[in-house]
Design a protein around this ligand. Structure first.
Ligand code: SF4
Length: 253
């Protein structure tokens, strides 16, 4: 394997990133982590919110109002109060109700199952026309729940991709969806693994401040490492762990 950050192309880095992190974190099956409606609304609630607070908001909302019909009919202030552990409850509450109203009006029920039969572009367009639903959330729903060949890029995936050099330093999160997707096989299993592995990597090793480069198996590919420490030495490579240790923390799916 070529291990020089300065000579690898972005495409080569992206593929090597996938191979290395696949071994580091282990393969993941492509199976929905939660039903489509829950994935859509929970991801909306998760913006700038911890996983625990997102779960609390979702559970309180459904406990208080019973089901999607109840959430739609609830006074918007009461809904905002129920989801108060999220970052922007007063903004998210009317968005949730508008999304539910549109789905019910178009489908006659609170379901996203029709997306299984739609082309990727049509599904992305439909989802991103909803208030508060961006490319990342739309891609998560289409990949996780409907096994469509799309790549969600969040702030963690974006940061790792920029530092390694899989995308340019000025490539936006939105643009990174297309750039990275074009560098990967259109295989939903590969795309899911690439997304989750880089998400975990940004959460647990490639921190926003002070990335833990000593522990990182991507150092031989990484522009940031090369610029800060030079080419990795044989000692640095030998000291790099090959696998994620469970004692380092829980990897949330
Ligand atoms: S070597 Fe450092 S900057 Fe590069 S991906 Fe790893 S942790 Fe991030």
């Amino acid at each position: 394997m070529t291990t020089d950050a300065t000579t690898l192309t972005p495409e080569q880095k992206t593929w090597q990133n996938h191979v290395i992190l696949h071994e580091f974190y282990g393969p993941l099956p492509l199976e929905p982590r939660r039903p489509p409606m829950r994935e859509l609304i929970s991801t909306l609630l998760s913006h700038r919110t911890t996983h625990a607070d997102e779960e609390m908001a979702y559970d309180r909302m459904l406990t208080e109002f019973g089901d999607w019909e109840g959430v739609l009919a609830a006074p918007v202030g009461a809904l905002a109060h129920a989801i108060r552990t999220t970052r922007w409850p007063d903004t998210q509450a009317p968005r949730i109700q508008e999304i539910l109203a549109r789905i019910k009006a178009e489908q006659g029920a609170f379901t996203l199952d029709f997306l299984a039969n739609w082309q990727v572009e049509k599904g992305l367009e439909w989802l991103t026309a909803m208030p508060g639903i961006g490319l990342k959330t739309a891609s998560l729903v289409l990949l996780f729940n409907f096994q469509k060949p799309v790549l969600p890029v969040d702030t963690h995936v974006h940061r790792v991709a920029q530092r390694v050099g899989m995308i340019g330093p000025k490539t936006s999160v939105e643009k990174a969806h297309q750039v990275l997707l074009a560098q990967l096989p259109k295989d939903p299993v590969v795309l899911l693994n690439f997304h989750k592995h880089n998400y975990w990597h940004g959460q647990h090793i490639c921190f926003f401040t002070k990335p833990d480069c000593a522990r990182c198996p991507l150092k031989s590919l990484c522009n940031y490492y090369f610029e800060h420490y030079g080419a990795p030495t044989a000692e640095a490579l030998a000291a790099t762990p090959r696998r994620w240790e469970k004692s380092w923390g829980v990897l949330l799916h």
